[in-house]
Design a protein around this ligand. Structure first.
Ligand SMILES: C[S@@+](CC[C@H](N)C(=O)[O-])C[C@H]1O[C@@H](n2cnc3c(N)ncnc32)[C@H](O)[C@@H]1O
Length: 230
């Protein structure tokens, strides 16, 4: 089974990160993948997304922060696609606006100063069911106010909306950080939320940045299956 997963991940272009891969398969729908060496969850999330997100597609960054993921998404959908970005902090909106201004593709981004709980109401209905990729990077803004963090209730609400907005073959990535206060409960709730997903519609993978500690950050990768009716 481990070698089968290695082949699967090689095809996703993340083989270099998974040289010393040890797999522990737990009951479906969650495949827990323990990785012996520390890997970059951000790069891994980007590699998963690159496989499904193409020029002309629509994507969402649910937590803009400093705009690194937003810029990455815009680069994938350029020149005719669109990224909707959400953040509750004006400073995140402003710094991302500046970052995008310096690129050739400012028209591919719609920044929304609001909670990601608003994504279902804010994104025009003709995009519903057509969103190819949705990224969540939970926690606090690096270099910003560490008391402003994502909260379990709004994260779960936004994840439920994401399932409806996502196209078949679409992908949701969530990076969660159980190591800070609030992040521990949020990670448990995200795990529970993944666990209750319909296995006929969604496939879930969980990748840990390290197996050293329980509090290791982790990446949830959720694929909406082709034959999904939603
Ligand atoms: C870890 S940072 C995101 C990092 C970002 N993806 C990047 O590339 O720099 C988390 C962000 O989530 C934002 N946030 C917290 N609660 C939110 C909510 N309910 N809706 C949208 N953004 C929220 C915070 O303001 C913070 O900027």
């Amino acid at each position: 089974m481990a070698s089968a997963l290695k082949v699967a991940y090689k095809s996703l272009g993340i083989a270099n990160n998974l040289q010393n891969l040890y797999c522990i398969i737990l009951p479906y729908p969650l495949l827990f993948i323990a990785i012996m060496q520390r890997i970059s969850l951000l790069n891994t999330a980007h590699n998963f997304i690159k496989k499904v997100l193409h020029p002309g597609d629509i994507a969402i960054d649910a937590t803009i922060g400093n705009g690194h993921d937003t810029l990455f998404l815009v680069e994938q959908v350029y020149p005719s696609g669109l990224v909707f970005g959400f953040d509750i902090q004006q400073i995140a909106i402003e710094s991302t606006k500046e970052k995008i201004k310096q690129t050739n593709y400012p028209n591919c981004l719609a920044l929304i100063h609001a909670s990601h709980t608003e994504m279902y109401n804010t994104i025009p209905t003709h995009y519903h069911g057509n969103i190819k990729a949705i990224m969540f990077n939970l926690g606090y803004l690096p270099g910003g106010d560490k008391t402003i963090i994502t909260s379990t209730d709004s994260t779960i609400t936004a994840l439920n909306s994401s399932c409806h907005l996502l196209s078949s073959n679409g992908i949701i990535t969530i990076i969660a950080y159980p190591g800070h206060s609030g992040g521990d409960l949020e990670t448990v709730q995200v795990t529970n939320w993944c666990d209750q997903l319909d296995i006929n519609q969604f496939e879930v993978h969980v990748i840990y940045s390290s197996t050293d500690k329980q509090s290791a950050p982790r990446l949830f990768v959720i694929h909406k299956l082709t034959n999904s009716n939603e």
